[in-house]
Design a protein around this ligand. Sequence first.
Ligand code: PNS
Length: 158
Amino acid sequence: MRIAVYPGSFDPITNGHLDIIERASKIFDKVVVGVLRNKNKQPKFSVEQRVDFIERVTKHLDNVETDFFEGLLVDFAKEHSANVIIKGLRTVNDFEYEFQMALLNKTLASDCETMFMMTNSKYSYISSSMVNELAGYKGDLSDLVPAEIIGEIQERYK
Ligand code: PNS
């Protein structure tokens, strides 16, 4: 069975993330979305809410599950018997950091491969921080995040 993890902060999940998850779910037998609980960062949404958002917007995908983690990504991958890490690339700016991270993860777990997927061009400008910024200005989020979670994002910025 080919199992991949797709890690991130997902604070919150965007249409760009969802597009990667949908495409990856067609390539792998199972995709485990891994939500990072980073004790050193103050997220906009709790880890429970970030997981809940992802579970709701991926419920049409039978082979996708969501879990959170707080340690090393390679350990999370191992726990889920995954030997592939999926990362999305939006622009060339993402590349340097992701390349470094991929090499580090390869050193930590030599049997785990990082695979990059190019974002769909229509989502290349979207990031969770843009979503949060726009939400703070009460802007229209409908092109940026799945419809099911817009209400709760707006609620956070009331
Ligand atoms: O959505 P993000 O914030 O760009 O995701 C970053 C993430 C979660 C993929 C990255 O921070 C990560 O893998 N963190 C877990 C800790 C880890 O394994 N770091 C690499 C070795 S120090």
